[in-house]
Design a binder for this molecule. Structure first.
Ligand code: CO
Length: 431
């Protein structure tokens, strides 16, 4: 493959130095790397990013949700190819979660500028605010997707009771301005995000690139079975209405329900159980439990929901128990756009880098952007599948591979005339 060397490549040492530098912002001995959204460290990281953008001769901007953007040219009436991720972190984080996608995006923009690569659609880097959830998560991408309203913004607060409004005001920002960050879907050609896998698959298989095909959806229940509490010694076995025995039977049905109603990627977990009254010599009267079910196929997820409800109902009836459940959350699975999936695969193949199609088991800003535009994701291996921890790591070699694949993909997507099928209207909404 002699022509391999003709493809543009990232300047890896520069990218590596920036990843290392950003990984120091917000680090201290007590808390490790700590850059929760709208803390001083997070704002320092945004300023640092804007400096890098300007240093590269690119245009930096921030919208009403404080999302940071970089472009080669000012917005015009063409739809832009968006590429990004987030630079906020969980407490005691690793240095790559989110930051890797943002800094690789910046490096791609720089290479396009340096090599004077012509693209049909302008490319924009975007770093989304509060992906990790100090105030609920996906704040910046939801703002762009127009999913926020004044009530959501007003009510958003962190675990210490600090409101989003207060946290943003502390940095001279007005939280309600996030409503202005909304964009017209016609102004976005497509969205691409590189992220660490946060799972063990790529590392275990020794494949450097994950081509994400779909992002998992889920539902979470808080459910209850109610029976009759009674004396453990005097109540005959056949006269009991024991809700824990009902739950045990229900738990035993999980593999069958997944096989019959879910896809190969279906998962179900009961992670919390509470028995009342909770005494060793008393038959429990009530059991409260969580049920967390995920699948990548929307219809299968719906079928799973019905199957779990039916099974619980049958068990309750046979054992003379009552049951109820509350749906705590529900997130729809999304499919990545096949054109983006193919572009990532083609880019990897062109560079002779192995790739594997796979689902994403974790939620990402890309899931929100999928509501606006064709979306795709690239994964790089997480050693041992570890993330949200200082032990999170991806080899520099894999990072270089990932960055080069993203550069290939960006150039390909930014020249794909297909994405013009969305009629474009006067550019981006104001910020
Ligand atoms: Co992340």
């Amino acid at each position: 493959m002699h022509e391999e060397t003709d493809w543009p490549r990232v300047r890896f040492e520069r990218l590596q130095a920036e990843l290392t530098a950003l990984g120091e912002i917000g680090r201290d001995e007590k808390r490790g790397l700590y850059r929760m959204a709208f803390t001083d460290a997070d704002m320092e990281a945004r300023d640092w990013l804007c400096e890098r953008i300007r240093e590269a001769g690119l245009l930096d901007s921030r919208d009403g949700a404080a999302n940071v953007s970089a472009r080669l040219t000012p917005p015009d009436d063409r739809p832009a190819l968006l590429i990004g991720s987030h630079i906020d972190t969980v407490p005691n984080a690793g240095i790559f979660d989110g930051s890797l996608g943002v800094l690789i995006g910046l490096e791609c923009l720089r290479r396009i500028a340096e090599e004077k690569i012509e693209t049909r659609w302008p490319v924009e880097l975007i770093s989304f605010s509060d992906e990790e959830g100090r105030f609920g998560g996906m704040f910046g991408s939801q703002a762009v997707a127009g999913m926020l309203n004044p009530e959501i913004i007003h009510n958003a607060r962190d675990l210490d009771g600090v409101t989003l409004t207060e946290a943003m005001a502390g940095h001279g920002l007005v939280a309600m301005d996030a409503l202005n960050a909304r964009r017209d879907p016609r102004a976005i050609a497509a969205y691409l995000e590189l992220h660490i896998e946060q799972g063990p698959v790529l590392d275990a298989k020794g494949v450097p690139i994950g081509v994400v095909e779909n992002i998992t959806g889920l539902f979470k229940w808080s459910a209850r079975l109610i029976g009759t509490p009674n004396h453990a010694g005097t109540t005959p076995m056949e006269m009991r209405h024991d809700p824990f025995a009902g739950l045990a039977e229900f738990t035993g049905e999980i593999p069958r329900i997944l096989e019959e109603n879910g896809s190969d990627l279906a998962r179900a977990t009961i992670g919390r159980v509470e028995l009342l009254p909770g005494a060793a010599n008393t038959i429990p009267g009530e059991v409260t439990f969580s049920l967390d079910v995920s699948d990548t196929d929307p219809e299968k997820l719906e079928e799973l929901h019905d199957a779990f409800r039916r099974t619980l109902s049958v068990i309750a009836r046979r054992r003379t128990l009552m049951f109820d459940f509350e749906i705590l959350s529900r997130i729809e699975p999304v499919r990545c756009d096949p054109r983006v999936v193919e572009a990532v695969e083609k880019g990897s193949a062109r560079l002779g880098i192995g790739s594997l199609r796979m689902p994403s088991g974790a939620a990402h800003d890309a899931q929100i952007l999928a509501q606006l535009a064709p979306m795709g994701m690239v994964f790089v291996p997480s050693i041992g599948g570890v993330s949200h921890s200082p032990a999170e790591w991806t080899s520099w070699q894999d990072i270089e591979h990932g960055a080069n694949v993203v550069l290939q993909t960006v150039i390909e997507l930014a020249n794909n005339p297909d994405f013009a099928t969305q009629p474009t209207r006067a550019g981006l909404t104001t910020s």
